[in-house]
Design a protein around this ligand. Structure first.
Ligand SMILES: [Zn+2]
Length: 96
């Protein structure tokens, strides 16, 4: 598959978690495109010509494949870490 090959070729320059989901920089054949991906909102779009026409392009698919694999494994995106405050309130309840 083309999208799998993109990942193998390390065309994804970076993936960052922004205020409205994930933002990835992908190297295309002639240009660099930005892919926006928010799994919770079901948003997946790319700045390449195909992506601007509303098509699901190979860049968007590559990022989705990469992110889904990575974040399903680590669950960093799904489970936001909140251990310190909840641990604190639990101990407070115990002492009260
Ligand atoms: Zn694209």
């Amino acid at each position: 598959m083309k999208s799998a090959r993109l990942v193998n070729q390390r065309r994804i320059i970076y993936v960052r978690l922004g205020p409205d989901g994930l933002r990835a920089l992908v190297r295309g054949d002639n240009d660099i495109y930005i892919v926006f991906y928010n799994p919770e909102k079901g948003m997946l779009k790319c700045t390449c010509p195909a992506g601007m026409r509303g098509k699901l392009c190979k860049h968007a698919l590559a990022v989705k494949t990469y992110v889904d694999t990575m974040y399903t494994r680590t669950r960093m995106y799904v489970d936001q870490p909140k251990p310190p405050s909840s641990a604190l309130s639990v101990s407070r309840i115990h002492h009260a």
